[in-house]
Design a protein around this ligand. Structure first.
Ligand code: NAD
Length: 325
């Protein structure tokens, strides 16, 4: 299967184009990460969504550099996203962490750097533990009093210093975005949130559109991603791949249910970042914009809304730590 021309969305603050389909790096093991990234680039992926918390940034960087060295792509063909972890929200730590992450990847700049969660946690020195995770000392989740405005001002400096082309936010609600915009000198380019037919986020997306903030969906297949990490409720939901609304549309278009779920999002202008280690699925996911759902098919998703949020910060307070070695 040849690589498709992936559509993109324009990021308003800079005019830079962000591919609508990318590859997410969460839960990609260190040992497989470099090869997985290299192979995804070879398959046609250009956007990669990483984070300090995923613990695989050095290895993802190896994959980028091998692909560049082999002439598959140039750095400027790639759109690389990473995220600021919760323990680095204080103004004196933001650039320190971004520089460390860039050094891990072996990059000079990020195309997009996001605040991962609107939650600031007690600082953990990277020399002590990296990535730090949620629990301080591996035991309790300890918060600190860093206002989002302080973190955002430090994020803006990353743009001033050329360390990030665009900056954005993840897991922010509408109210928090309004608050952030009050003091923002550089507006957030992207909002990344959980989004699937069981959590459609209509109000939030309407607001983001009004504010010219592009949206990226994570966990486009809903509970699927959370079964392997034993999240409460994930196993009990009807898998979206088996939901009759999805399978019926897939049959009509002779596509896979995964492609229908990704098209439902991208057709609403929402970028997606699915991950797969399986070559066939990797290609399927990338080929999710070369067919269109009818208006009626799009509308048929409305009844699937359940407000089912898997990735909820509150979940982490009483959860064990997951290490993807
Ligand atoms: P995912 O979209 O990667 O999908 C999860 C599951 O679907 C995996 O088990 C995968 O093997 C399977 N899958 C993938 N393609 C398939 C296909 N074509 N057919 C059948 N099964 C398929 O879900 P995710 O990891 O939750 O989210 C994607 C990315 O979003 C992450 O890698 C990460 O980059 C990002 N993310 C961000 C946040 C955040 O807080 N900002 C949270 C979660 C995830």
């Amino acid at each position: 299967m040849s690589a498709p021309q992936t559509p993109s969305v324009e990021l308003k603050p800079t005019g830079q184009k962000m591919p609508l389909v990318g590859f997410g790096l969460w839960k990609v093991t260190k040992s497989e990460c470099a090869n997985t990234v290299y192979n995804a680039i070879k398959t046609g992926y250009r956007l990669f969504d990483g984070a300090c918390d995923y613990g695989n940034e050095k290895e993802a960087g190896e994959g980028f550099h091998r692909a560049i060295k082999d002439g598959l792509v140039k750095r400027e063909d790639l759109f690389i996203t990473s995220k600021l972890w919760n323990t680095f929200h204080a103004k004196e730590h933001v650039a320190e962490l971004a520089r460390k992450q860039l050094a891990d990847y072996g990059l000079e700049y990020f195309d997009l750097f996001l605040i991962h969660f609107p939650i600031s946690l007690k600082y953990v020195d990277p020399a002590t533990r990296y990535p730090p995770g949620w629990q301080y000392d591996g035991k309790e989740v300890i918060q600190t009093n860093v206002p989002h405005a302080e973190t955002w001002a430090a994020m803006e400096k990353l743009v001033d210093e050329g360390l990030a082309k665009n900056i954005g936010i993840s897991n922010f609600s509408g109210g928090l975005i309004i608050d952030l915009l009050r003091s923002a000198r550089i507006r957030p380019a992207v909002l990344q949130v959980e989004h699937h037919p069981y959590l459609q986020q209509k109000e939030l997306f309407k607001f983001a559109k009004l504010e010219n903030i592009a949206v990226t969906a994570y966990s486009s297949f809903g509970p699927q991603s959370y079964i392997e990490i034993d999240f409460p409720g994930a196993k009990d939901a009807i898998p979206l791949f088996e939901h009759e609304t999805v399978t019926k549309i897939a049959k009509t278009h002779k596509r896979e249910p995964a492609q229908v779920l990704l098209r439902w999002a991208t057709q609403r202008g929402v970028a997606v970042i699915p991950k797969s280690n399986n070559q066939k699925r990797l290609e399927q996911n990338l080929h999710c914009c070369d067919f269109d759902l009818t208006e009626e098919e799009m509308k048929s998703f409305d009844s699937l809304e359940q407000g089912m949020r898997m990735n909820n910060p509150g979940n982490y307070l009483d959860r064990p730590i997951y290490i993807f070695a």
